[in-house]
Design a protein around this ligand. Sequence first.
Ligand code: 5GP
Ligand code: MG
Length: 183
Amino acid sequence: MESDIARVLFDEDTIRKRVRELAAQVVSLYADLESGITIVPILSGSIIFLADLIRQMPMRRIRMALLQVSSYRDEASPGEARILMNLTGEVSGRHILIVDDILDSGGTLSRVQGMIREKQPASMKTMVLLRKPGKAPPKIQADFVGFDIEDLFVVGYGLDYAGLYRNYPHIGVLRPEFMKPTL
Ligand code: 5GP
Ligand code: MG
């Protein structure tokens, strides 16, 4: 797998450190909240990030409402954000933290934020591990961002190419010869 990667942008240790900082920000923001929060992770790209993040959040009341969205169909170009699996938990009246792997064109977050807003949560914030600045329209924002990156297609730490590389522990750029529709 290592040989398929052209360049590592963030290694395991760097990611772990940043995830710990993000978790601390969330914990301090919601410290006084008796009711706790409901995390809405956008599957599948956020799974590794989510698993590491919540274990750094020593809060008594964290609930989860899963959502699966597909925006890429096996090729490295954005498409329509499609809901593949609807919310598995309650969001109305709850304090919601949406968690996604990456904010690119903003199509996914626009769809998800709109959908959650309609259900009238008590509050709604968004966290992304990665963001490609300047690509999403200004009204699509994340409140917490792990790292800003160049406009490159990255894999690893949950992010896939054609379903592969989610288990790569670092975040890196795939060699162009491995980004083929025939793979
Ligand atoms: P957006 O809808 O903002 O264009 O893209 C968000 C979704 O597209 C992310 O949740 C992620 O699944 C996918 N995506 C965007 N950029 C990348 C990338 O560089 N690498 C990978 N693997 N997925 C990406
Ligand atoms: Mg995604």
